[in-house]
Ligand binder design. Structure first.
Ligand SMILES: [Zn+2]
Length: 251
């Protein structure tokens, strides 16, 4: 994971249709708060708004086609809600709680671009907080007092929480938010691990060769250029490569 710079201006689809749809959701909640809190009534969300091509394209461009969690480039991908719109779970011991953060379903700063697996198979409705008592459960509550355990790559720097040992993700000094983020987004799952390993070994080979005195200087420069590119924010698994460069590909 790396820090994501989402453009400050939201796509018009969200500021117009999204804003209207949000007001409607708030009206529905006001009419029957207990119905929505008990889960007897459920909100219906319009994917044509939050998942609109202009919204997805803006997020994809800001993230260089990479998943906000695993940094895999993906052509398809999902518009992911950082705070889940339909419901939430603190952890596995809690059943799905209703309603979710319905008032943020079309809210620009709650949206990220992610791969299907991180979104649908791992993070799902999990949204653990440091103190669950601070959870905002309706649009009347203040989300700013929440302290989410999952790192939000659009507001904070994930590289302060997660590092890599070789290609394995690790929470820096075992910090709880790093651990929780790795677990909830499946950052260490075998498929991604294998892909990261291949990439790690390839860039490591470049790194070792770039320090090989028997190679002509211009060839070593070419290799250094490739290594720099691999650590740029546009590249897959950039956070892993940056970490490897810090320790000189020692592992
Ligand atoms: Zn992913």
């Amino acid at each position: 994971m790396i820090k994501i710079d989402r453009p400050s201006t939201a796509p018009t689809k969200l500021t117009k249709d999204g804003a209207e749809a949000t007001e409607e959701l708030k009206r529905l909640f006001e009419a029957d708060p207990d119905g929505y809190k008990s889960g007897k009534k459920k909100f219906v969300f319009n994917k044509k708004i939050y998942g609109h091509e202009t919204v997805k394209a803006a997020l994809k461009a800001a993230q260089f086609d990479k998943c906000c969690f695993c940094e895999r480039k993906t052509e398809v991908g999902h518009v992911e809600h950082f705070r889940g719109k339909g419901g939430y779970q603190q952890d596995e011991t809690e059943t799905l709680q209703y309603p979710g953060y319905y008032w943020l379903a079309y809210y620009w700063t709650n949206l990220l671009f992610s791969c299907e697996t991180c979104n649908s198979s791992f993070k799902r409705n999990f949204f653990p907080l440091k103190n669950p008592k601070h959870r905002a459960t309706s649009h009347h509550d203040d989300i700013s007092i929440e302290k989410p355990l999952i790192i939000n790559p659009s507001t904070e720097d994930p590289e302060k929480f997660i590092e890599f040992y070789s290609h394995y993700p690790k929470a820096i000094k075992g910090n709880k938010r790093g651990l929780e983020t790795i677990k909830r987004t499946g950052l260490g799952r075998p498929f991604i691990d294998d892909r990261r390993r291949e990439h790690y070994l390839r860039v490591k080979a470049f790194y070792l060769l770039s320090n090989e005195p028997s190679l002509p200087a211009n060839k070593r420069d070419e290799l250094r250029q490739l290594i720099t590119e691999a650590s740029n924010k546009e590249s897959e698994y950039a956070s892993m490569i940056r970490c490897a460069l810090k320790h000189g590909f020692r592992y």
